[in-house]
Design a protein around this ligand. Structure first.
Ligand code: UDP
Ligand code: MG
Length: 138
């Protein structure tokens, strides 16, 4: 069993895709263990995307992710990290296949609806960044 941090980004909330995204994770068989809606501060967004600090798109990415409410979640299941990434789809729009969330609902590189942790260490850090231990159900 593994846990991963999944976040519907501001564009997903604005486009009314929260239910559709949650439905996909639920019907696949993952278990929802934490969920909240929050407008991220710059501090938390910069920490969340710290790995990209030196990239040219970092400032715009932080602007985007702090532009409105997001839905922060923790999902649990077998190989939850890789499974979620495969359900989300590739970062590059032309590589995001139909049947994936990005492949079905966006053509854009930045406004790509959803974030998913990419490795166990990242998942642990991101879950601790966005949630207190008390907010995680057993
Ligand atoms: N992003 C961007 N420009 C780029 C690459 C990424 O705006 O050239 C954004 C996009 O929203 C992406 C996020 O930065 O989801 C984090 O990038 P990463 O490479 O970690 O992609 P992900 O793990 O989300 O697929
Ligand atoms: Mg990433």
């Amino acid at each position: 069993m593994e846990r991963t941090y999944i976040m519907v980004k501001p564009d997903g909330v604005q486009r009314r895709l929260v239910g559709e995204i949650i439905r996909r994770f639920e019907t696949r068989g993952l278990k929802l263990v934490a969920l909240k809606m929050v407008t991220p501060t710059r501090e938390i967004a910069e920490k969340h995307y710290a790995a990209h600090k030196e990239r040219p798109f970092f400032g715009e990415l932080v602007d985007f992710v702090t532009s409105g409410p997001v839905v922060a979640m923790v999902w649990e299941g077998t190989e939850a990290i890789k499974l979620s990434r495969s359900m989300i789809g590739a970062t590059k729009p032309l590589e995001a296949l139909s049947g994936t969330i990005r492949g079905d609902y966006t053509t854009e590189l930045q406004t790509n609806l959803v974030h998913g942790s990419d490795a166990p260490e990242a998942a642990t850090e991101e879950i601790a960044l966005w949630f207190t231990p008390q907010e995680l159900t057993a």
